[in-house]
Design a protein around this ligand. Structure first.
Ligand SMILES: Nc1ncnc2c1ncn2[C@@H]1O[C@H](COP(=O)(O)OP(=O)(O)OP(=O)(O)O)[C@@H](O)[C@H]1O
Ligand SMILES: [Mg+2]
Length: 105
């Protein structure tokens, strides 16, 4: 069973984008536990971890593809509790996928 805790970063109100205390479960499987990250303007971040650590799930929460059990997204210091995929363009968020065919990574 996968069980991952992403590195916890302090969420700052000035962050361009943030995830706060995100927990995701799929049935009995805990994919993310209290995962937080904060992205400052004009910065580039990478997310690394072993297979099944919850990286894609983290991005899916960031894009509204997966609704977290706990936690929420924030953009420019404002919470986005009901972020949905069709909200992304107007918020200036773009998502590319790992694979060009059937992969969900
Ligand atoms: N839709 C889903 N339904 C059930 N379990 C899922 C679902 N999506 C992910 N999982 C499970 O959640 C855990 C985290 O998966 P995730 O795909 O986020 O990991 P990952 O870090 O992206 O892995 P990889 O390096 O292989 O891409 C895994 O145990 C995975 O099997
Ligand atoms: Mg992945």
């Amino acid at each position: 069973m996968g069980h991952a805790t992403a590195p916890t970063a302090q969420v700052e109100a000035s962050a361009m984008f943030a995830l706060e205390h995100v927990t995701v479960t799929f049935g009995g499987l805990v994919a993310l536990t209290d995962a937080s990250l904060s992205v400052a303007p004009h910065s580039v971040h990478g997310v690394i971890g072993p297979n099944g650590a919850g990286k894609t799930t983290l991005f899916n929460v960031a894009c509204g593809f997966v609704r977290p059990d706990e936690g929420r997204d924030a953009l420019h210091g404002r919470h986005l509790p009901r972020l949905r995929p069709h909200d992304l363009p107007r918020l200036g968020i773009a998502r590319t996928l790992q694979g060009s065919a059937c992969s969900t990574g």
